[in-house]
Design a protein around this ligand. Structure first.
Ligand code: COA
Length: 258
């Protein structure tokens, strides 16, 4: 059985991390398979939104595989971190909205994977944390960068320095999570949301992600420059003409992705 499952469900896809007996810990094989799956999904023009979740009832992902981690030295550790960063950057830059359905533990690399997704919907039973400090290391899959951007420097440092787990309610309060659902509903609700996004104009979805990413990557003025040029690009699409015509004609738009 593959360590990552891909199911196409109409216009969206569900990616499932599939090592439930190891709480979906992210080993090298899983990361490579995830990269391959993301390459396929990115190139598939029939998929317009993606859900990422974990197999089993306990975990989204309990972090990098500590057995593999234990083997690293200073140089290997750097490569180990860069590999994870590369795969998670593929999620952030997929060009389609990616929503994490966090169905349990999201610790270490699991929390970093959830943060690389564009949104996080969580089970009320989920737990989040960056416990790397307790292993004598720091978060290495983008956590030191994405966590402060999401929750602010002080809260990020509290989580990274103390290494404690927080529950789903606290994760919601600090802005780490978008929405909470009862455990049994989180995947279905996340899929329903993904389906609703997948029905929108795909080029506009892509443009939203591209322009919003600039808010993390650039100064505000440079970001506004990018926003205006991306906005202009969307005005050149058939879907823009269709969306505005449909509004004026009081009907539902039919988007073609062009
Ligand atoms: N890497 C490798 N294996 C892991 C793992 C990880 N990050 N997290 C869990 N596992 C494995 C356990 O070793 C165990 O395997 P085994 O059954 O062969 O012994 C299995 O998953 C179940 O985990 P277990 O610890 O028995 O479950 P639990 O419910 O008692 O505890 C956690 C759950 C999440 C609190 C605990 O597994 C944990 O602390 N995991 C590590 C979290 C972490 O530090 N992540 C950051 C890594 S950089």
């Amino acid at each position: 059985m593959s360590t990552v499952l891909l199911e196409r469900r109409g216009a969206y896809a569900v990616i499932t991390l599939n090592r439930p007996d190891k709480l979906n810990a992210l080993n090298g094989e899983l990361l490579q398979t995830l990269a391959d799956v993301l390459t396929d999904v990115g190139a598939d023009t029939t998929i317009h939104a993606v859900v990422v979740t974990g197999a089993g009832q306990k975990a989204f992902a309990a972090g990098a595989d500590i057995g593999e981690l234990h083997q690293q030295d200073a140089f290997g550790g750097r490569l180990f971190a860069e590999r994870g960063q590369r795969v998670f950057n593929m999620i952030e830059r997929l060009g389609k909205p990616v929503i994490a359905a966090v169905n349990g533990f999201a610790l270490g690399g699991g929390c970093e994977l959830a943060m690389a997704c564009h949104m996080r919907f969580a089970s009320e039973q989920a737990q989040f944390g960056q416990p790397e400090i307790n292993l004598g290391i720091i978060p290495g899959y983008g956590g030191t960068q994405r966590l402060p951007r999401l929750v602010g420097q002080a809260k990020a440092l509290e989580l990274i320095l103390a290494g404690d787990r927080i529950n789903a309610q606290e994760a919601l309060q600090i802005g780490l999570v978008n929405r909470l659902y009862p455990h049994a509903e989180v995947l279905a609700q996340t899929e329903a949301f993904a389906a609703s996004l997948a029905a929108k104009a795909p080029l506009a979805l892509y443009a939203c992600l591209e322009a919003t990413q600039a808010a993390s990557d650039t100064s505000e003025l440079e970001g506004q420059y990018i926003e205006a040029s991306v906005f202009g690009r969307t005005c050149g699409t058939s879907d823009f003409k269709e969306g505005t015509a449909a509004f004026l004609e009081k009907r539902q738009p039919v988007f073609s992705g062009r």
